[in-house]
Design a protein around this ligand. Structure first.
Ligand code: GLN
Length: 518
């Protein structure tokens, strides 16, 4: 029997193998994670809701099917019985969905998102819902109405955002897998600063049905994990065509796990994006980036340099297109249809005034800032100057990608310009906060897939650095193929997974033992 402290450290693939071999039961695995959450989440605050009873019931069901054997046991999905956490932007029956906002406090969805239906079909116990910046707007999870999540590497630092809860849960061994959403980097940047893996699939590869919309033309659901193979396994569970999402692709995306298992970069051209490193990037980030390039070169890849001159406008264009879509998508939170309703303190009780009072009390400052920005950008007199120009820039960014992919099979950059910053450091400086996403936003603007994996620790502060890989649309398999190679080369160099070197995690482990849940 593996003890529960070892169990929670296994990758999802290793857990799946142990479950299939009958070495452990899903109830044991699920309980080990629930115990870990009980012991450390008071410090990390990765979860907004823990779904223990239902998760254990699903686990028991998987165990019963396995114990009975026969056709039903054989038909179980490879990840059956492997637990998962879900970003609280994705709607679920039986658990609250808050989007990190007061305006949805206490709201329960009457339906499941498509990805949730797929997790249920694969019989993966859902451990609970994870914290996020309100409506996924932010890079630090400090904009959650329910308090910030803390980075398990250093509890005084941010875990990235908006999906800081999912990344921190996986980094702190509170879940082996999680779902995130990525509109401008919210899966990849939290992955980078917590030493975990995060993937934004090709736009349309995973159904968005049931992901509360932030900016629909940019949003994408994707996997969060501790290994590249685990993300591939999860993307195959959640991906595939969905008629309920009009932008869903019909490609099967069923070659991802095979790509991760047979990783090989020999003869591949890997393009360094000139505009996405160097000036403005922390020295330790740059050093780890260069080290990864050397490793890939030694493994037989050809490193080339590409230029994407329009990427310098990506952040500016994103902060026009995204808020424009936000202002439209968030209009439905009107105090009538969902969640919170606040009545005006005095004066006439008109619908407009109830709506105003509800939105004033229910939305936080960052959400209001973006609604105002978007409403302004879309207003009649300014539409062409702002939204129209931003759409043109978007086309130029897509063309830059096309030109770059004519020269390279995969592109590479640091995921974020810096390591995790301190809580509160950028909270009152929106522009500094927005700059975290310079390297991740272009992929959303063009719909191409991106993967972030741990690239080591920065020399200055000993904190994780993320390496980002980008591939052409529909070529998600390439990310897993190259990602798996780079991951194994790096782990060989470090002598094990990066998360083994997290000092704060060891402090959390001590708390886990003292907490005495077993
Ligand atoms: N940090 C970016 C923003 O604040 C990205 C958010 C996201 O990907 N959901 O918009």
């Amino acid at each position: 029997m593996t003890d529960s402290n070892e169990l929670i450290r296994l990758s999802a693939a290793a857990l799946a193998a142990k479950l299939a071999a009958g070495d452990v039961t899903s109830v044991q695995v699920t309980q080990a994670y629930l115990d870990r959450i009980a012991a450390v989440d008071g410090q990390v605050n990765a979860f907004l809701h823990v779904n223990g009873e239902e998760a254990l019931a699903v686990a028991a069901e998987v165990d019963a099917i396995r114990a009975a054997g026969g056709a039903a046991a054989e038909e179980l999905h490879e990840l059956a019985g492997v637990p998962i956490a879900v970003k609280d932007l994705i709607v679920t029956i039986g658990q609250p969905t808050t989007a990190g906002s007061k305006i949805l406090e206490g709201w329960h969805s009457p339906y499941d998102a498509t990805v949730i239906k797929k997790l249920r079909a694969a019989k993966m116990p859902i451990l609970g819902k994870t914290n996020l910046d309100e409506f996924a707007m932010g890079s630090s999870t400090e904009h959650s109405a329910y308090g910030p999540t803390r980075n398990p590497w250093d509890l005084e630092r941010i875990p990235g955002g908006s999906g800081g809860g999912s990344a921190a849960a996986v980094a702190a061994f509170e879940a082996p897998l999680a779902l995130g959403t990525d509109t401008g980097g919210s899966i990849r940047q939290p992955g980078a600063v917590t030493g975990t893996v995060g993937v934004k699939p090709t736009y349309g590869a995973v159904s968005r049905y049931g992901a509360i919309a932030m900016a629909s033309s940019l949003d994408q659901i994707g996997p969060v994990s501790r290994t590249v193979l685990d993300s591939a396994l999860l993307q195959e569970v959640i991906g595939g065509h969905d008629p309920q999402d009009s932008t869903s692709l019909t490609d099967p995306f069923d070659n991802l796990v095979a790509a991760a298992r047979t990783g090989n970069v020999e003869g591949m051209k890997i393009g360094i994006i000139k505009e996405l490193h160097g000036e403005g990037y922390q020295a330790g980030v740059e050093n780890r980036f260069n080290e990864s390039l050397e490793l890939l070169k030694d493994a037989g890849a050809e490193i080339v340099e590409v230029s994407c001159p329009n990427f310098k406008y990506a952040l500016g264009a994103y902060y026009l297109i995204m808020p424009s879509e936000v202002s439209s998508n968030l209009a439905k939170f009107d105090g009538v249809r969902f969640g919170l309703r606040v009545l005006p303190k005095e004066g006439p009780m008109t619908i407009e005034r109830v709506m105003g009072a509800t939105r004033a009390a229910g939305f936080g400052d960052e959400v209001k800032r973006r609604i105002i920005l978007g409403t302004y950008a879309l207003s009649a007199g300014y539409y062409d100057a702002y939204y129209g120009s931003a759409q043109k820039v978007r086309t130029l960014i897509q063309r830059d990608f096309d030109a770059a992919f004519a020269q390279a099979d995969v592109l590479i950059s640091p995921t974020a310009p810096t390591t995790a910053f301190k809580l509160g450091e950028k909270l009152n400086d929106p522009l500094a906060m927005y700059l975290n996403d310079v390297a991740t936003i272009p992929a959303n603007m063009a719909g191409v897939p991106g993967l972030s994996l741990p690239g080591g620790l920065a020399d200055e502060d000993g904190l994780p650095v993320g390496i980002q890989l980008l591939a052409p649309a529909r070529e998600d398999a390439r990310l897993y193929r190259v990602g798996a190679v780079l991951e194994s080369l790096l782990e060989e160099k470090w002598g094990g997974p990066l998360l083994d070197r997290a000092p704060e995690l060891h402090a959390l482990d001590a708390a886990n033992t003292v907490g005495g849940s077993n």
